[in-house]
Design a protein around this ligand. Sequence first.
Ligand SMILES: Nc1ncnc2c1ncn2[C@@H]1O[C@H](COP(=O)(O)OP(=O)(O)OP(=O)(O)O)[C@@H](O)[C@H]1O
Ligand SMILES: [Mg+2]
Length: 444
Amino acid sequence: MEKLTPKKIVRELDKYIIGQSSAKRSVAIALRNRWRRQQVDEPLREEISPNNIILIGSTGVGKTEISRRLATLVNAPFVKVEASKFTEVGYVGRDVESMIRDLIEVSVKQVRSESEAKVIGKALRNANERILEILFPTGEKESISEEAINRQDRTRKKMKDRLENGDFESRIIKIKAKSKSMPMLQVMGPLGMDDMSSNIQDMLSSVMPSKKKTQRMKVSEAREIFSEEEAEKLIDMDDVIRVAIDRVEQSGFIFLDEIDKIAGQGGGSSPDVSREGVQRDILPIVEGSTVSTKYGQVKTDHILFIAAGAFHVSKPSDLIPELQGRFPIRVELDNLSQSDFVKILTKPKNALLKQYEALLQAEGVTLEFNKDAINEIAKIATELNDTMENIGARRLHTVLTSLLDDILFDLPDKKITEISINKKMVQEKLSNLSEDEDLRRYIL
Ligand SMILES: Nc1ncnc2c1ncn2[C@@H]1O[C@H](COP(=O)(O)OP(=O)(O)OP(=O)(O)O)[C@@H](O)[C@H]1O
Ligand SMILES: [Mg+2]
């Protein structure tokens, strides 16, 4: 995180997301501020609250994509949740506190695998010792002569070298291990208390004797099981949980997608009432409260929230005022232009055209789009967005699937090794579609 400067974050996002520089900027600043805050001494540190953000932009302009990329970038606990999934406490469905429970779960996993990485060397050595013991059990030492013991030690040393050398990898051995196929035990807790039921589940599975069964398997497989068991012994789970909770409290962040779906449109009809209820439930979490999870109490005061929504029907001002106040930074994402589309098709690391090229490569076919063809695709997508619903970059998906439909179907039966798409081909394949209004509606 120390090296993740705002500029660097933006640069990384640039690899996947075209345009939207103001959104990238504010997200980068907010993330960096987490780190900056941690350099501040108490008691001031406690006072600095995160700059929660609302990203506003029509559908398909990159809101969710930004969050997805952020997640891979920062080594902080992160979850993405859909605001529309939540229901008011007391109703059937997920209550809002579950996002904190999910976040702590992510954090525990993260810290755990970091600790695992630290002990894996030792765990592997221990696992190898156990395998060696199965392959060449140490005999009774008392009854044999010293010379025999020495000889035994020498053989063992040799065998150990060979084992480490990988000579016995596919040898079948018998080991005692926890049987993996524990019958899943489902506990239904009272509605809306999914944490409680998972607690009960945990409790039961620790009470239930974990049956160890003798199994036959290859040395290589046994090593995996043993090293996992050994790693478990070497890791102090209490420590992991302590670090995990601290990380959530200090640097966790939550992407609250589809927040516009819970913004009521005034009125008093029942769905609006419950939407407002969800907002009221979210409020304390954003504002800072303590949520109890199965790992312990988690304070949410410094968790960063990045919310996003299209706000087609509702507006940010339709959110309850208290919640609005907790998201001081509003960023509007731009609608995407034709030249943005050209870049989206070609530039990102995972660009659509690159994806299709790779797919056809699997059939041994080189797919190529010339520049005019790409421009034409972008132009048609823009026109379609203008005349029909504006679905942003998602339009490129539908245009491309129609364009490549025949090619994707005919391969590999058609014996060719190269396909080069030019402007004329794009027009021929798509123009009759884009002229016929009815057909267009269905296909593109
Ligand atoms: N600015 C962009 N740069 C690159 N690709 C983009 C961009 N905007 C959208 N895309 C592409 O379009 C797809 C949809 O975008 P995304 O999921 O981010 O939409 P959204 O803004 O979250 O829309 P919604 O409001 O419907 O959730 C992404 O998977 C991505 O491939
Ligand atoms: Mg989205």
